[in-house]
Ligand binder design. Structure first.
Ligand code: FES
Length: 223
């Protein structure tokens, strides 16, 4: 074996060994400190602050003309746009949102109650503590319950289709299955209905953002 190879195997003097161990520990400690410095604000930013959550609660009026279209249309859902003032610290910004609105027949509403009984049992403290199907209207959040992509109504399918991972939902928001009984796409639950009412002739909706990718409906924020 060459002298160079032997030198490589040489563990070195006790001082060199303890210096190397010290440097290794210092590197691990430094790396952990940097990772924590980056991770803590990131994790903090994912949890909405309580005062922001409260400040953004509340109903927003729906666009009158679009809502009038929905009142005429009972065979397919309609996209309804609205504007909401979102408070973020000192900032108050006008932000555009939309929901999918559907006017259901009594039979369809009865079907929805049967298929999705969890939505029709408003309990205090539950995520859905408001009546669903008020005046036969249902407003679905425009965010897919899988990873919050915006889904669309596919006229050919006669169903909602999410472009991101292919989840399909029927008109009453049920996560659809294929012919073998397997869910179409990875969504963990059906579409999320939002609070809706009509006051003084104006239709209004409350925007709620629910947690993505959980089987249960969990409120996250109001923007
Ligand atoms: S985000 Fe809709 S299926 Fe994944």
């Amino acid at each position: 074996m060459s002298n160079e190879a032997k030198a490589y195997q040489d563990p070195g003097t006790p001082e060199e060994v303890s210096r190397r161990a010290f440097l290794a520990r210092a590197t691990i400690f430094g790396g952990t400190a940097v990772a924590l410095t980056l991770a803590i604000p990131l994790i903090g930013s994912l949890v909405p602050k309580a005062q922001l959550v409260e400040a953004n609660k509340g109903f927003s009026p729906l666009n009158k003309d679009e809502f009038a279209q929905l009142e005429q249309s009972i065979d397919k859902p309609v996209k309804i746009f609205f504007n909401k003032a979102v408070v973020n610290g000192y900032l108050r910004e006008a932000t555009d949102y939309y929901v999918w609105g559907i006017k259901l027949t009594d039979a369809e509403l009865a079907d929805m109650r049967k298929e999705r009984p969890d939505l029709f049992n408003p309990q205090p403290g539950a995520a859905i503590d408001y009546p669903v199907g008020n005046l036969n209207f249902v407003m679905f959040s425009s965010l897919c319950p899988h990873l919050n992509c915006k889904y669309d109504w596919d006229t050919g399918l006669g169903a909602f289709l999410c472009p991101c991972h292919g989840s399909q939902f029927n008109k009453i928001g049920v996560h659809m299955k294929d012919a073998r009984g397997k869910f179409i796409g990875p969504a963990p639950r059906g579409l999320d209905p939002l609070p809706f009412n009509q006051e003084g002739g104006t239709a209004q909706v409350e925007w709620i953002k629910f947690a993505a990718n959980t089987p249960d409906i969990v409120r996250m924020s109001y923007w």
